[in-house]
Design a binder for this molecule. Structure first.
Ligand SMILES: *Cc1c(COP(=O)(O)O)cnc(C)c1O
Length: 508
């Protein structure tokens, strides 16, 4: 019989397995020797298929752990800096393992007695961090910003459309006739806003993109104009989504202006702080999020600036009563008589039923490091990004797009060959150099495109989330980018090809 791990009896079975897994992690990382395994995707896929087929029995844990460690893009390596993909803190990983072993499920009290209370208490602390009154607020742990944004927009739809539809939208559905519902979000907002609009029956085209400036921050005058346009056309502005920390540049929309405009038009304000919410941990950076407490709902992601293993998403509302349309009664999970007898269940706060106790690792991390300790990690990554941006601006072959707001910045390689000025070819060199770095196992650098049309918009991105990375590491990374750019230029001269142009649907 295979050993189970639930309860204290499981710890004995777990110890030798953990020993095996930790050993294999180290061996796999040593075999990789860099931020990512070198090789083309087909080579890596063939290796994974081969080793997966060959693994079996009691050795499978060791074999497959080594394979996964070897074949991972390692966020703890300073040269892995593409995405909001953080190296998790060891204490958070240990706490997550505890959750796996005990396996509480947050949908009913009788599956998670202590974890239910811990999640509630943690959410009160996070509500306070946002500036909400914890006694009034409510929230839940989510799988991430995508789910949190969906929840915020669902509550917005149910509350705002109920007024114009004259019925409960969550029961009777989105009105088929009547004024067109709209969501206003900046052109640099996360694509999950469009996804949510589609899932909520409003359609992606309900989202009106609001113009942004050079740094990708929403232009408040453009928002005012879009809202007036909605009113003029007789449409209902259901929600304004303000982004606090855009995925590419970390830009923070003008939250106070967004709040005032949303309120003036009867729209819900959702603040997507999946990235920028981390600034709340830093005394230095928290003022950037001034006005977040005016939001009706907020998304935070502690698997970004929070150093948690995924998933560690958080959804909060300012007023618990606005949660009403999500409430659910399942007679076998949260019967009314149980709740009256003092057995609370979190079922009605989530879109999910079975749900991991992701609050636990956050609670442990918050108590271990304190807000101050976490704030120092945020500040260090912010400093590192500032340093990297200055080094980029000073580099003869690199061009900085804009100063970092949080911990990320965009830039590009500019060809040494004075003839190579066609913007489509410059895009091709930049896109190609990033794949070259991946293929050579040297670096994982981000690649994105600036909003708008036409060639010349491809940019590289460094997202610095590793507080142990040094200035010298960033310098080496920039040097590797320049060397790869040179190699791409040479490859292009040897075999010129037609550049690929951007297509619709290339999302942020
Ligand atoms: C990462 C991100 C999301 C999506 O969050 P997930 O946790 O990946 O679901 C949404 N909005 C912003 C601004 C983000 O940076």
């Amino acid at each position: 019989m295979p050993a189970l791990s639930g309860g204290t009896g499981g710890a004995d079975a777990l110890a030798p397995l953990l020993h095996t897994a930790l050993g294999a992690l180290t061996e796999g990382a040593a075999r990789r020797g860099g931020p990512v395994a070198a090789g083309a995707p087909t080579q890596l896929a063939a290796q994974v298929a081969r080793e997966f087929a060959a693994s079996s029995g009691a050795d499978a844990l060791h074999q497959l752990t080594e394979l996964l460690a070897h074949g991972s893009a390692d966020p703890a390596d300073p040269a892995c800096a593409a995405h909001l993909h953080c190296p998790p803190l060891a204490v958070a990983v240990a706490a997550d393992l505890v959750v796996s072993a005990l396996n509480p499920s947050q949908d009913s009290w009788d599956q998670a007695p202590a974890a239910t209370t811990l999640e509630t208490l943690l959410l009160e602390e996070l509500a306070h961090l946002v500036g909400y009154d914890p006694a009034e607020a409510a929230g839940v742990l989510t799988s991430g910003g995508t789910e949190s944004n969906l929840m915020g927009l669902m509550l917005a739809r149910d509350r705002v459309l109920a007024k114009t539809a004259g019925h409960q939208v969550e029961l009777a559905g989105v009105p088929v006739a009547g004024p067109r519902p709209r969501i206003l979000a900046s052109a640099a907002a996360h694509f999950s806003v469009q996804r949510a609009a589609a899932l909520l029956g409003l359609g992606e085209d309900a989202v009106l993109p609001v113009a942004v400036d050079h740094t990708q921050r929403m232009d408040p005058e453009a928002l005012a104009a879009e809202l007036e346009g909605c009113a003029r056309r007789g449409e209902v502005a259901v929600a304004v989504v303000a982004t606090a920390g855009t995925t590419d540049t970390g830009a923070i929309d003008p939250l106070r202006e967004c709040a005032a405009l949303a309120a003036a038009h009867g729209a819900w304000l959702h603040v997507d702080a999946a990235y920028g919410g981390g600034a709340l941990l830093s005394d230095q950076l928290a003022p950037l999020l001034d006005g977040i407490a005016l939001a009706d709902s907020v998304s935070l992601d502690w698997h970004k600036l929070g150093w948690q293993p995924a998933a560690a998403g958080i959804f909060l509302v300012r007023q618990a009563e606005t949660y009403a349309s999500l409430a659910r009664r399942a007679v076998y999970l949260n019967p009314a008589d149980d709740e009256e007898a003092g057995y609370p269940s979190l079922l009605g706060l989530s879109l999910r039923t079975t749900r991991r106790a992701d609050a636990f690792k956050i609670a442990v991390t918050l108590r271990t490091l304190g807000r101050e300790g976490l704030g120092r990690l945020v500040d260090r990554c912010h400093e590192l990004a500032g340093w990297g941006a200055r080094a980029t601006a000073a580099h003869p072959r690199l061009e900085l797009h804009a100063e970092p707001v949080l911990t990320a910045f965009l830039f590009r390689y500019t060809p040494a060959d004075p003839e190579l000025t066609d913007p489509a070819l410059v895009d091709q060199v930049n896109a190609g150099l990033r794949r070259r770095l991946l293929r050579e196992g040297r670096a994982v650098v981000g690649r994105t495109e600036l909003p708008g049309d036409g060639p010349g918009r491809v940019r590289l991105k460094l997202t610095l989330l590793n507080p142990h990375t040094t200035d010298a590491d960033v310098e080496r990374l920039l040097h590797a980018v320049a060397v790869a750019g040179q190699a791409e230029e040479e490859a292009l001269r040897a075999a010129p090809s037609t550049p690929r142009t951007a297509t619709r649907g290339d999302a942020q």
